[in-house]
Design a protein around this ligand. Structure first.
Ligand code: LLP
Length: 430
């Protein structure tokens, strides 16, 4: 099976972290998102340990909380000693409500309003990752108003194409995030920051994209960033201690993806850092990384009930489930690949080729095409794997469909982190 926390019992039911998914579906209803808490903690420790071991002292991971932003996750990140990245007052507020120490939080985003900046400063945000000159001026002004000196990193774009899906590739020169090194605008922004009274420029950030399988694109980005850091120091005497290499390490969604060795990737980045800094005659900066997907994606699965089966002779077969793009828009948006398992009939022969479709009134509302399953019947249970990242956080109430619950599963404990939305919840703002 794709992951170690999956197995099958004698009744042919899928077990997730040792729990019978058929029983969980009965207890919590469907659709339901299940999250394996131990797996999240283990992955946090993989990053923490490898970064402590292979990178300069002070290097650490920040959980990119856009992947799954719920109170319980911020509590877990606090307990694991992880930093966090937040991108909106909503994420920031959720972290505050979870009691997360905001001095370890980094505030991202390419379009921070004055309200956002003020809100973050008032809640004691540790760092801004400043995206552009307008934002820099606004942070400086608001920090001045509040009588503080705000620490920040500048977001630069190194001009790297990591060859991932276009919509999740973010390090290219013509992308909306950050300022480009290539055009000279990064240098201008740094000089502008250096001239401000109420901000402290501590380092640089880049994020090249998402679902990247090996260390090579990260090393390519690091080479460009380090060269640039050395140049700024030489030309302008502007020293920076921190290099944030962003997030983006992949997770396997299907067996064809193989496995990813996060510690080995971090070790390779560490070696590259040593070589480059020696060649450039510079001190090694503290390295930050911002994994989102690789902290939570493969810790999550979604359970759906099969509602109807439609065979169109000579064309295709549809299996419709009781959720869809309202809880997982990733196939509709990116043609994202998923592995789907017949959770209630794992030992039956998978000889039925079908498209798994959602319940929304939209033909593009599919979870996956060309899936091999046993011939499905109404009431069968399906499990879609690897839904921990960018599913719940991208869920909507399209078609006025309530969001599913988030159920945390441990070896000896199961609890609801976020309850299912009710129809009355849908009326809350009216
Ligand atoms: N840091 C920054 C500045 C980012 O923009 C992102 C993701 C991350 C870290 C975390 O990247 P990760 O480790 O999760 O790959 N909705 C898309 C993914 C968008 C990612 C946006 N930024 C998806 O469902 O695939």
């Amino acid at each position: 099976m794709l992951y170690k926390n999956l197995s099958i019992n004698e009744e042919g039911h899928l077990l997730f972290a040792g729990h019978d998914t058929v029983a969980l579906a009965k207890q919590f209803g469907t659709p339901a998102m299940l999250i394996d808490e131990d797996r999240i903690r283990t992955r946090c420790r993989t990053y923490m340990d490898a970064m402590a071991r292979y990178l300069p002292a002070g290097s650490r991971p920040l959980y990119a909380s856009k992947a799954l932003s719920i109170k319980r996750l911020y509590e877990i990140m606090k307990e694991e000693g992880m930093g966090i990245d937040v991108v909106s007052p909503g994420e920031l507020y959720t972290a505050v409500k979870a009691g997360y120490p905001m001095e370890n939080a980094f505030f991202h985003g390419n379009s921070k309003t004055d309200f956002d900046i003020r809100f973050a400063i008032e809640h004691g945000i540790g760092w801004f990752v400043c995206d552009n000159a307008d934002e820099l001026d606004a942070i400086d002004a608001i920090a001045g108003e509040k009588g503080i000196c705000q620490k920040l990193l500048l977001r630069l774009s190194p001009g790297i194409d990591p060859h991932t899906h276009e919509k999740i590739s973010t390090g290219r020169v013509d992308c909306k995030f950050g300022v480009a090194i290539e055009t000279g605008q990064a240098e201008e922004l740094i000089l502008r920051a250096a001239g401000k009274k109420n901000v402290a420029l501590c380092g640089y950030h880049c994020h090249i994209g998402s679902q990247i399988f090996d260390h090579v694109p990260f090393c390519d980005a690091a080479i460009i960033m380090l060269k640039f850091m050395a140049e700024m120091e030489r030309k302008h005497g502007i020293h920076a201690d921190i290099l944030n290499l962003g997030g983006g390490m992949a997770v396997p969604y299907t067996a064809a993806d193989g496995s990813i060795d996060y510690a080995a990737n971090i070790a390779a980045i560490g070696r590259l850092l040593g070589e480059q800094c020696a060649a450039l005659g510079m001190e090694k900066p503290v390295i930050l990384m911002e994994p989102g997907r690789s902290i939570v994606a493969d810790a999550g699965i979604t359970l759906y009930d099969v509602v109807s089966i439609k065979e169109i002779p000579g064309f295709k077969n549809f299996v419709a489930v009781d959720g869809g793009m309202s809880d997982n828009p990733r196939y509709a948006l990116y043609q994202a690949e998923y592995t789907i398992l017949p959770a209630s009939r794992m030992n039956d022969e998978a000889d039925f080729l079908c498209t798994v479709a959602g319940r929304c009134c939209e033909s593009g509302d599919l979870i996956q095409e060309d899936v091999m399953l046993p011939k499905m019947r109404r009431g069968d249970l399906l499990a879609v794997l690897t839904t921990g990242a960018y599913n719940y956080s991208m869920a909507s109430n399209y078609n006025r469909i309530p969001r599913p619950p988030v159920v945390m599963v441990n070896k000896d404990d199961v609890y609801v982190a976020v309850r299912r939305e009710t129809l009355d919840d849908l009326m809350n703002c009216e």
